[in-house]
Design a protein around this ligand. Structure first.
Ligand code: SF4
Length: 364
C-alpha cells in the first residue's frame, strides 16, 4: 500500500523528502525527547510518553522554555504510569508558568485513560491517539509519525511557514490550512515519516525563519516557489488580526508579619480553573472605580504597586496591583498564607507571578 502511494508520488515530492532526510541526518536539533537518526538505525525507538509530553508542552511555548519543564516532569514522573499515579494538584503545580492550564488537566486525564484502558501503552494510530483528551489533529499526527513511524502529515506553525513558501500559497491563513495540509501529505514519505516531520519542523525553526530565511543553506531551495519569486518573507499570508478586547481588574497582594503571601484557589471551572491566585476582582470589571481599593477583599492599608498586562487567548487584561502589610492576621475562609520559600511551588499562573513580582520584586 505504502509502495503504491510512493509509486504515485510525483518525482519532486520524492526528491524533496530525500533532500530533507539527508539534511536532517546532518543538522537535526538535539532535543531531550528525541532519538537521533543514528540511535534509530540502532533500533532505539522514541518513547511515546516523552514524545506526547513534549508535544503538549510545545504547544504555544518555545523549545527553550519547555526543556526545563520536560526535565522536571520526566525526573519526577518517568513513565505515563507514574504520571497517572500523581495528584492533579501536583501536576498543576509542576505545570505552573507554562500557561493554558486546561492542557495540564488533560495531560493527567489522558495519563489516567492510558493506564486504565490501554494497559499503560499509547495507541499507535492517529485515530486512536485522537480519541484521547487533549490530543488534537496536530498532536495525534506528530505522535503517530515520530513515535510509531506512521505516514501522517504533521503541520505545526513552522511547517505552515515552510510549505506556504515552497508553493507560494497566496490564500491567507487560516483559510490556507487545508491546502498546506494536502501539500504536506503529498510530500510526506512512507520511509522515516517521523524524521521527515521533525526535519520540516527543524527547517522552519532554524533556516526558514519568519524574517530573513537562510535560503542559501536550505535543502529545498531548488523546489521553492517563494525563493524563485525572490520574496519568501511574504509567506505565509495572514488574515488581518482582530484586536483583543481589554479587560481591567485589581489584584491584592497581602503580606503578613512572617513575609507570607495570602493566596486562594480559583473556581473549579472557567479561566485558570483551580489554580492559585492572590485575591483579585473579577476580570470583567470596568475601569471606572471597580479596579480601585474598593474591590479589596478586606480593609487594610492598600498601597498601589503598579500595573501589569497579560494577554489571554480572547482578551488582554490590565491588572492594577495593590500591596498591604497586614501584620498578624488569620487567613480568611478559603485562603492560606504561603511562605516565600513555598511560593515558587504554588500552582500560580504566569499572570499572578507577574502580579506578585510587581508588589514584591525579588519573589521569582
Ligand atoms: S528556500 Fe528559503 S523560503 Fe524556501 S523553504 Fe527554503 S528557507 Fe524557506
Amino acid at each position: 500500500m505504502a509502495e503504491d502511494r510512493a509509486a504515485a508520488r510525483p518525482q519532486p515530492a520524492l526528491q524533496m523528502a530525500d533532500a530533507m532526510l539527508a539534511w536532517y541526518d546532518q543538522h537535526h536539533r538535539a532535543l531531550p525527547w528525541r532519538m537521533t537518526p543514528a540511535e534509530q538505525r540502532d533500533g532505539v525507538r522514541p518513547d511515546p510518553y516523552r514524545v506526547w509530553l513534549s508535544e503538549i508542552m510545545l504547544q504555544q511555548t518555545t523549545v527553550q522554555a519547555v526543556k526545563t519543564y520536560f526535565a522536571a516532569f520526566t525526573d519526577r514522573w518517568p513513565t505515563v504510569c507514574d504520571l497517572a499515579a500523581a495528584s492533579e494538584e501536583d501536576v498543576l503545580k509542576a505545570w505552573a508558568g507554562l500557561g493554558y492550564y486546561s492542557r495540564a488537566r488533560n495531560l493527567k486525564r489522558c495519563a489516567d485513560i492510558i493506564v486504565r484502558d490501554h494497559h499503560g501503552r499509547f495507541p499507535g494510530t492517529v485515530e486512536g491517539l485522537r480519541a484521547l483528551p487533549g490530543i488534537g489533529d496536530y498532536t495525534a499526527a506528530a505522535i503517530a509519525a515520530i513515535a510509531f513511524d506512521r505516514q501522517a502529515a504533521v503541520v505545526d506553525g513552522n511547517v505552515e511557514r515552510v510549505v506556504s513558501r515552497l508553493y507560494a500559497i497566496d490564500t491567507p491563513l487560516p483559510a490556507a490550512k487545508r491546502e498546506i495540509r494536502a501539500r504536506t501529505e503529498a510530500v510526506t514519505p512512507a520511509t522515516r515519516p517521523g524524521d521527515f516531520a521533525q526535519a520540516m519542523m527543524d527547517l522552519g525553526a532554524t533556516l526558514c525563519t519568519p524574517r530573513r530565511p537562510s535560503c542559501i543553506l536550505c535543502p529545498l531551495r531548488t523546489h521553492c516557489a517563494a525563493l524563485t519569486d525572490h520574496d519568501p518573507e511574504r509567506f505565509p499570508v495572514k488574515a488581518a488580526k482582530k484586536e483583543k478586547p481589554l479587560r481591567s481588574a485589581a489584584a491584592f497582594v497581602a503580606v503578613d508579619a512572617r513575609s507570607r503571601i495570602l493566596l486562594r484557589r480559583r473556581p473549579p471551572s472557567g479561566l485558570l480553573a483551580s489554580m492559585s491566585e492572590v485575591p483579585t476582582s473579577p476580570f470583567t470589571a470596568r475601569s471606572d472605580g471597580e479596579t480601585g481599593c474598593g474591590a479589596a477583599p478586606f480593609r487594610a492599608e492598600w498601597q498601589p504597586a503598579g500595573q501589569i498586562r497579560h494577554v489571554f487567548t480572547h482578551f488582554e487584561l490590565a491588572l492594577t496591583v495593590y500591596r498591604a502589610d497586614v501584620g498578624t492576621m488569620s487567613a480568611p475562609d478559603g485562603h492560606w498564607w504561603s511562605p516565600s520559600t513555598d511560593i515558587r511551588s504554588e500552582a500560580l499562573p504566569t499572570v499572578f507571578r507577574k502580579v506578585i513580582s510587581a508588589a514584591l520584586p525579588d519573589t521569582f
